[in-house]
Design a protein around this ligand. Sequence first.
Ligand code: HEC
Ligand code: HEC
Ligand code: HEC
Ligand code: HEC
Ligand code: HEC
Ligand code: HEC
Ligand code: HEC
Ligand code: HEC
Ligand code: HEC
Ligand code: HEC
Length: 318
Amino acid sequence: MHKVGPVTRMLIGAAPGKLLGLRVCLMLMLGASIMCATSLGAQAPKAATSQAKDAAPSAYVGGDVCATCHEEVAKKFEGNPHTKLVDQHGVAGANCEGCHGPGGAHVEGGGDVTKIFNPAKASAKEIDATCLKCHSSAHPDFERSPHAKAAVGCTSCHDIHNSKEEKLLTAPQPKLCFQCHTDEKPQFDMPTHHKVNEGLVKCSDCHDVHGTFEKSNLRSRNDSNLICTKCHTEKRGPFVYEHTPVKGEGCMGCHTPHGSQNARMLNMPNINLLCNQCHSPVAAGTVHGMNAGSSELTPCTDCHTMIHGSNMNAAFLR
Ligand code: HEC
Ligand code: HEC
Ligand code: HEC
Ligand code: HEC
Ligand code: HEC
Ligand code: HEC
Ligand code: HEC
Ligand code: HEC
Ligand code: HEC
Ligand code: HEC
């Protein structure tokens, strides 16, 4: 019953101070997982060998053993994405100790709570470190993300045992995000807005809350406009005649993507004010044979319709 399969033994996630000197990094790559063992320090090989012979009290016991006492927890865990650990490695019950660390001593002590890692009593940092042992390749930038720095850890947004939402979230988007980001909520109630409340677009379409190299946790793309042109493909170009700021300032040079008073989500109340930030109204007036000011009567884009770039006309006329 206390069978110690080679894979269970290699699972990581030991409570601080309970590491046996054997550490394994389990990297998730393209859905497949690859395990690599790394010995830590000089005694590591020794610890590993003695462990291989017979299960020491602090060794891994396997999830089946946990289930004998934590029946309800184990039952509820069936179907959890983390049971894939078992499927992938063919060791029944390999899952529990991946996060809670080796349970041998806890079991020997008849459920001694001081001998098992309980994330509910740990700091955000300790929990994050436990999760990142397996998830760091998918989320390599978490530790320097604004969330991690503000001690908003994995379990602020994910609930391993009780979640009924996709991706084990504590609440669905955008509700989850608005619990803390109250300032952003009214922006999505503006007359024109990306329909996150309506479920058409998600916060995570544009942001990666697990941290990126971009400001505001925006998703990393080699071209920052790709955040937007993933959906607005017709704005991607390239065009024979590019409108310089589309590539230069990027989409946010003219748009506020959360929401705006303007019908086209512009960062200005009307189009002409926006254009005149860069194109002097006097010059535009001259070009168009109009007095400065009169140009405000007709929206510039009534004529300059292809404002994101054109293959036909250098002045973005139709
Ligand atoms: C012999 C019975 C028994 C077995 C086997 C057992 N536990 Fe426990 N466990 C308990 C008892 C009793 C408690 C304390 C009461 C409670 O919280 O349910 C406990 C508490 C816990 C806690 C909470 C600790 C805390 O700080 O409150 C965790 C986490 C836990 N067990 C995980 C595991 C895991 C993982 C395994 C398998 C490796 C396991 N248990 C196997 C009996 C057991
Ligand atoms: C992917 C990581 C992960 C796996 C796998 C996992 N747990 Fe947990 N477990 C947690 C976290 C995180 C908490 C803390 C929950 C919280 O903060 O609400 C927890 C809490 C618990 C608790 C309750 C502690 C308390 O004080 O409420 C028990 C008991 C427990 N786990 C047992 C198990 C058993 C048994 C298994 C295997 C069937 C298992 N866990 C698998 C992450 C995991
Ligand atoms: C022992 C390795 C391991 C540890 C530790 C671990 N995970 Fe996982 N996690 C996995 C595997 C394997 C999957 C399944 C991946 C897949 O779907 O291909 C997974 C899936 C997930 C998913 C995706 C669920 C879905 O529906 O796609 C979330 C979210 C997650 N883990 C969060 C966590 C959190 C939070 C922690 C820490 C409390 C944690 N994990 C600890 C291995 C681990
Ligand atoms: C601020 C909230 C938040 C925090 C903190 C957070 N997550 Fe997530 N996580 C999400 C949301 C939202 C999704 C679904 C959308 C997405 O994929 O970005 C997700 C998706 C995931 C997924 C599944 C799909 C994927 O993109 O890999 C995994 C695994 C995961 N998170 C693990 C973690 C781990 C591990 C931590 C801590 C190191 C963590 N998360 C911290 C909100 C969060
Ligand atoms: C269509 C893409 C998109 C969606 C959807 C989106 N954001 Fe943003 N968000 C951005 C961009 C772009 C910025 C940077 C704005 C800037 O710097 O001009 C930003 C900035 C932020 C900031 C930084 C502070 C600020 O206002 O500049 C927070 C916080 C934020 N978003 C939260 C959210 C939340 C919460 C959701 C979902 C309710 C969400 N975002 C949905 C694109 C988006
Ligand atoms: C538990 C509270 C909490 C939850 C839930 C949460 N955040 Fe945050 N978020 C914070 C804190 C705290 C910061 C860092 C301080 C700040 O910039 O407001 C932050 C920072 C951010 C930033 C960077 C802001 C900047 O100015 O650079 C973005 C973007 C963001 N969160 C988006 C989201 C999204 C999207 C979700 C939902 C998937 C979410 N957050 C869920 C608390 C939370
Ligand atoms: C996940 C897909 C998605 C992403 C990513 C996205 N959008 Fe959108 N956007 C939409 C949808 C869908 C609509 C139309 C909603 C509707 O019909 O009201 C829209 C509407 C708009 C509109 C207003 C159009 C109108 O006439 O009402 C503007 C402007 C816009 N998006 C700009 C952006 C910018 C800038 C970005 C990048 C920061 C971006 N979008 C990212 C899906 C997306
Ligand atoms: C130089 C300012 C400017 C930049 C930069 C810009 N836009 Fe626009 N965008 C506008 C104006 C002005 C309108 C309104 C056009 C109209 O009313 O005919 C608009 C309208 C839109 C619309 C809705 C109407 C339509 O034509 O489909 C979408 C979607 C949009 N922009 C997406 C984007 C995306 C994505 C980017 C970045 C690749 C971007 N914009 C960059 C000025 C700009
Ligand atoms: C952020 C600054 C900026 C904004 C805002 C802006 N433009 Fe431009 N626009 C430029 C630059 C820079 C050029 C390239 C000028 C050059 O090559 O001499 C340009 C080129 C043009 C051209 C092509 C003619 C030429 O001189 O090459 C037209 C027409 C034009 N813009 C119209 C508009 C209209 C209409 C708006 C408002 C919807 C607008 N622009 C908003 C910066 C801007
Ligand atoms: C009634 C239609 C119309 C309106 C409204 C209009 N334009 Fe034009 N615009 C034109 C035409 C036609 C040209 C000349 C194109 C050519 O020479 O090939 C032009 C040329 C331009 C040029 C290029 C000048 C150059 O040096 O070649 C700019 C910049 C420009 N317009 C900006 C604006 C701005 C900014 C507005 C709004 C304040 C505006 N236009 C409103 C029709 C219009």
